[in-house]
Design a protein around this ligand. Sequence first.
Ligand code: NAP
Length: 229
Amino acid sequence: MSKRVALITGANRGIGFAAAGALLQLGFEVIVAGRDPVSVEAAAGKLGAVPLTVDVTRAEAVERARAFVEENFGRLEVLINNAGVLLDREARGLEVPLEAVEATFRVNVYGALRMSQAFAPLMVRQGYGRIVNVSSVMGSLAGAGQGYLAYRSSKAALNMVTRVLAAELSGTGVLVNAVHPGWVRTRMGGEAAPLSPEEGARALVWAATLPDDGPTGGFFQGEGEAIPW
Ligand SMILES: NC(=O)c1ccc[n+]([C@@H]2O[C@H](COP(=O)([O-])OP(=O)(O)OC[C@H]3O[C@@H](n4cnc5c(N)ncnc54)[C@H](OP(=O)(O)O)[C@@H]3O)[C@@H](O)[C@H]2O)c1
């Protein structure tokens, strides 16, 4: 039997890179996707994965990525929408430039939706798929406080994208879930974060390898611990 294929966006570094390593260890064929070709080639080379340059904010790049996967593999078992940006670290919501809100949504929400729209039909055709949207507790409405308005809103919107796609794909064999990796030591998470990228990647790997009767339309951390919306 040929290997299962997993595509991870933003996998040239951070949590995505660690998830790529973990899925390779589990025997997946892994496509390391990212927007910078040099960094993507280097990361994929280090891991023994397949490099794919795709900026998730660009429709034509995503279409090229879909065509690449279709031609080279003819299938895709796992899509991890991990690419993300945090652009409003310093600003209060009352002052955050709308350009920063828009730029955040372009990657964190529209990017993940565009990738899902491109690849879900392939998964439906094969009757199997796992879409993992890398969200954050910062997007939880239940726990929201001040600041990070762009980032929080984008992850809340990504959670809703997760719910709607999960409902629409119900019964097709495609499970769609949102996960929170924890606070992780990456360029985004910073030096003070308690978790390594490998520890953060566990939630992604859990959702990527769910059994057929696993959950869909949920929001989880770790290995299946539900988070309030
Ligand atoms: N670190 C944490 O504590 C934490 C907590 C909760 C959730 N998360 C989420 O976990 C995910 C990964 O974060 P991380 O901590 O690993 O962050 P990171 O180290 O900053 O990595 C972000 C990745 O996203 C890529 N990316 C950004 N814009 C892109 C675009 N337009 N197209 C394709 N790739 C793009 C980056 O590529 P470049 O190298 O080209 O910039 C990089 O590979 C994010 O969705 C983040 O919101 C992180």
